[in-house]
Write a protein that binds this ligand. Structure first.
Ligand code: PGA
Length: 242
């Protein structure tokens, strides 16, 4: 695991955007997977600006979404679908044909998961997966205690996830469950880029990096990932042992 600590959120966002660009420059048909949430917003902004300035071509890339709220329509502001199109795909000129996302309205969750797993396999796996970390150590919707062997699956969400999730919506929204790529897919990403900023993330960053590797803190598995890059600001790093 490589850990890079930045003075502030802008520095972190800039470096994360550069890393994604490097991957796409090296492999124009890279397979990318993006999370939503507050942590990557600055990265997506920087990526859009840099891609435009430097003419970075995403037209051969294929993109997956990390997770989705079950029962939430794609067009609703706050759904992962809505946010990824708004923050990533539209600014980078990525077309619908280059994207596969979970359908939060699916009536057949098993089928939805099988299709997602099949699409990832067909794409040859994920070159770069960008994720945040939940206050409880989740990655995507892989909550503490999750089976690490799972691929795409449905997940009952914990209270802290529901509380922070509520903030992405403009109005009180009934959310209870999610659908997510599993930790097996997180661990298989050829590059795993994990972002965290702010003092509220310092305790969980300490647990994930310095604590035991355990499914009670799914993000602690970054310690075992073959190529994880942790990009955090000074505040999120403030409780690290070293
Ligand atoms: P955040 O969420 O980026 O909004 O802090 C991260 C997460 O819960 O996975």
């Amino acid at each position: 695991m490589e850990c890079r600590i930045f003075d502030d959120y802008n520095g972190l966002s800039d470096a994360a955007a550069e890393l994604i660009i490097q991957i796409v420059e090296r492999k124009p048909d890279a397979v990318l997977c993006f999370a939503t949430g507050n942590s990557p917003v600055g990265t997506y902004r920087a990526l859009a600006i840099k891609a435009k300035e430097r003419g970075i071509d995403f037209s051969q890339c294929f993109c997956f979404g990390l997770d989705e709220w079950l029962g939430i329509p794609p067009e609703k502001k706050g759904s992962c679908h809505y946010l990824l199109y708004e923050q990533v795909f539209h600014p980078l000129g990525i077309q619908e044909s280059q994207v596969h996302l979970f359908d939060g309205l699916t009536k057949d969750i098993d089928m939805e998961c099988r299709i997602m797993n099949g699409e990832i396999d067909y794409a040859g796996g994920i070159d770069c997966m960008l994720v945040g970390i939940g206050l409880n150590g989740h990655i995507g919707f892989n909550e503490p205690g999750v089976d690490m062997e799972l691929r795409a699956h449905e997940q009952e969400l914990h209270g802290s996830t529901l509380a922070s999730g509520q903030l992405y919506f403009n109005e009180p929204t009934a959310i209870a469950k999610g659908i997510t790529l599993g930790m097996a897919q997180v661990m298989n990403a050829r590059t795993l880029l994990l972002l965290a900023n702010g003092i509220s993330k310092s305790e969980i960053i300490h647990k994930a990096c310095d604590g035991p590797v355990t499914n009670e803190v799914p993000a602690s598995y970054i310690q075992k990932h073959r190529h994880a890059v942790l990009m955090i600001d000074k505040e999120a790093a403030s409780k690290l042992d070293k």
